[in-house]
Structure formats: C-alpha cells, structure tokens
Design a binder for this molecule. Structure first.
Ligand code: NAD
Length: 373
C-alpha cells in the first residue's frame, strides 16, 4: 500500500532545489511500497526565491521562519538544506518535536558542534541521515560490496582527490568561504565527502598529517575570515591501510573532478565522478577493465524502470539524490535502518576527522583522530 511522508524543507538554495526535485521523484520509483513525499512547507528567508522555488516544485506553502515547520504537527520529516551554521538549531528543535531529520553535510562547522547535533538528535529516537550522497552512488556501493566480500584481498591503500572551481567572475565570496559561517573550506566542504567514503569503503581514520592553503580574498570585503582553499593529507586507517586526501575549490579548469581509488592485495578499483556509471577494476596479469554499473543485479538496478528490455541506461548525480531520498523516506515510513547510509554519528565522526586534519595543518605534526562516545 502506498505511504505518504509529509516534509518540510529549510533552505531553497542550490541543494534545497535538488532535494525538492528528488524527494518529489522518489515517489515514482520501482521500489515497493510506493512512498510519496508530500512537499508541505518550504522555509527560505529570501522571499522571492522561496516563493519561486515553492511554486516551481509544488511546495504547498512558503514561510520565512523555519520554526513554522518545527511546530507543524503534520510534518513528519525535516530536510535541513540551510548553510552549515544553520544545521544545529533547527535539526535539534525538529528532533525534539518528534520529527525525523535529514541534514546536509558537513553536519557542522566544528566537531564540537557536530557532537552536540548528533547527541541532541539521537537522544530523541528519531531517524537521522547526514547527506553524504556518495554513499548512494551505485558504483561506490558496488565497490563497498566487493571490498566486504574480500574481492580486493587485504586493503592497503585508499586515495582520493576532489577538484573544482568555486570562484566567481566578480570575485565576491559566499558564506562557504567564511570560517565562522561554514567551518573549514575545501577540507570541510569537499574533503568531508571523501573522508566519509574512506570510512564507508575501508574503515575509520586513525591519524593524519596535513597541509592547507588559502589564496582567496573577498572583493566585496564582507568575508574577512576566509577558510582553506585547498588541502592535502596523508593518513593511516585503523586497519593499517594508508590513505591520501586532496581537495581544492580553486582548481579553475575542473568542473567537478572526484577520484576515489582503493588498492588491495588481490585487486584495485578506481572511480571517477565524471564517469559515475563506471568502476575500473584492476586485476593482476589482466590489467584494468571498465565495468558499467547498469546491469541487472547491480546496486539500484531494481530502482528505476526495468533494466535490460531496451538496453542499459546510464544514471546521473540527480538520480543518486533520489536513491538517498528513498532511503530517508523508507526510514520514516517503513522503519528501515538509515545505515549503511550516513547517520549523524557518521556526520560527527567525519567532523572529528576534519578537525584533526586542520589541527595537523596548524601544528605541522601528525595528529591522532579521537572520538567521543
Ligand atoms: N550533498 C551534497 O553533495 C551537497 C552539495 C552542495 C551543498 N551541500 C550542502 O548543502 C547546504 C546548503 O548549501 P547550498 O549550496 O544549497 O547553499 P545556498 O547558499 O545555495 O543555499 C542556502 C539557502 O539557505 C537560505 N537560508 C539562510 N539562512 C536561512 C534561514 N535562517 N532560514 C531559511 N533559509 C535560510 C539562504 O537564503 C539560501 O537560499 C550546505 O550545508 C552545503 O554544504 C551538499
């Protein structure tokens, strides 16, 4: 029988629009039962944007005040797509009001704040999902299954790079560039995705040695606490594997270059975000082969239209957000566990790792990653 989850969304910016599109789409997938997201209230402080996005995606009402969502007894699920400094208060208030919470990444600008959010929400018993969307990319889910099944042998290395350009022609900087509003820059914004993937695929990070760089200046003079533009980090994982992370938001020629590679004693695998439907598998004596992740039996192959009748069609980034939306809706409507998608505990653990990397860049020494419980 079809089920309905009533949703409130905070923030109608870039990713709020993505969630509007993909929570709407999640009701029309092949997974059963059908779960429809009723898009009830959109909270956006910019009235023009809020009204436009509400009309475009079919939100029933717009409000400037996110507290209207928290106090609405009809709303089951709150999507927090506000800037990082807006993640804490509405997420905790929503959970205390008995609403399930889906919050954007990074969970917070610091590990202290991320811990408060995790503790504040987990204590209420509601479901919580932190939007590390890479966990819903079919090729990376297949990579995880292969690693868990031992197909790569013992894992020796994890390697990742995330390169893009966030600079605008007018050289004005957004809230993302502000340490007080966003937390860390390339490290917190981009690095957090790949740190979570290392944890998802291989395991927890034990110690880190890093370097950060900042070149950007705000032409408008508004952002005076500019955070890091780029970082590089060498790490050791708890299972003894080595890891490396690099991210830059000032790599002007890159659209969205994301590379994730894992090497084991038996096989290696490589993923590139711009070739999202593919996993390259390296086997001794055979060299690399590229596997399209669109065949029957691959992760999410049963999610969209039946596969194989008219060929195997590729998926895109938006589709991965629909996968993620469906997992959240299933947690609310069916009581399914959020894991192995990222919970707020994962959001906290990534934030603790990000803080350790920043500490290492400041101290010039390797730093241990220590978790609170
Ligand atoms: N999962 C991903 O891959 C991914 C991708 C991009 C962004 N994000 C995350 O999504 C979040 C938002 O990023 P974005 O790119 O959409 O930013 P954005 O600046 O485009 O949008 C944020 C919106 O929130 C609104 N807002 C600010 N304060 C508000 C308030 N008090 N009440 C209501 N609305 C308010 C702003 O007016 C703006 O429209 C960030 O945490 C970011 O890191 C995640």
């Amino acid at each position: 029988m079809a089920k309905t989850v009533t949703v409130g969304l905070i923030g109608a910016g870039f990713i709020g629009q993505m969630h509007s599109l993909t929570f709407k789409s999640a009701g029309a997938t092949a997974w059963t039962p059908a779960i429809t997201a009723r898009l009830k209230t959109l909270a956006e402080r910019d009235e023009t944007l809020g009204r436009e996005i509400a009309a475009r995606y079919g939100w029933e009402t717009w409000t400037a005040d996110w507290r209207d969502i928290v106090t609405d007894p009809e709303i089951d699920l709150v999507i927090n797509a506000g800037p990082n400094h807006l993640h804490k208060e509405p997420s905790i208030a929503s959970a205390r009001a008995g609403k399930h919470v889906f919050c954007e990444k990074p969970l917070a600008g610091t590990a202290d704040e991320a811990f408060e959010i995790w503790q504040g929400v987990a204590g209420t018993g509601v479901n919580h999902l932190c939007a590390f969307t890479h966990r819903s990319i079919p090729a990376l889910e297949l990579a995880r299954q292969m690693i868990d099944a031992g197909e790569l042998g013992e894992i020796r290395h994890y390697r990742s790079r995330f390169l893009l350009n966030m600079l605008t022609p007018d050289a004005k900087l957004s809230w993302r560039f502000s340490r007080s509003k966003a937390g860390l820059g390339a490290l917190g914004d981009l690095g957090s995705h790949h740190i979570d993937q290392a944890r998802f695929l291989v395991g927890e990070i034990k110690r880190v040695g890093a370097l950060t760089k900042t070149w950007s200046r705000d032409a408008a003079g508004q952002i005076t606490d500019v955070n890091d533009d780029a970082f590089v980090c060498a790490a050791e994982l708890e299972n003894g594997a080595t890891a490396s992370f690099e991210a830059s938001r000032v790599a002007g020629a890159h659209n969205l270059g994301g590379w994730i590679e894992v090497d084991g004693t038996e096989r290696s695998i490589a993923f590139h975000m711009e070739r999202l439907n593919e996993l390259t598998i390296y086997e001794p004596g055979r060299g690399p082969r590229t596997q399209m992740i669109t065949k029957e039996g691959h992760p999410y192959s049963d999610f969209w239209l039946p596969i194989g009748i008219q060929g195997q069609h590729p998926l895109g980034w938006n589709d991965c957000f629909v996968h993620q939306a469906r997992h959240m809706l299933e947690a609310v409507a069916l009581g399914n566990p959020v894991a192995p998608r990222a919970t707020f505990e994962d959001g906290y653990r990534v934030a603790e790792t990000v803080d350790a990397i920043a500490r290492s860049a400041a101290s010039g020494r390797f730093e241990e990653v220590r978790f609170r419980s």
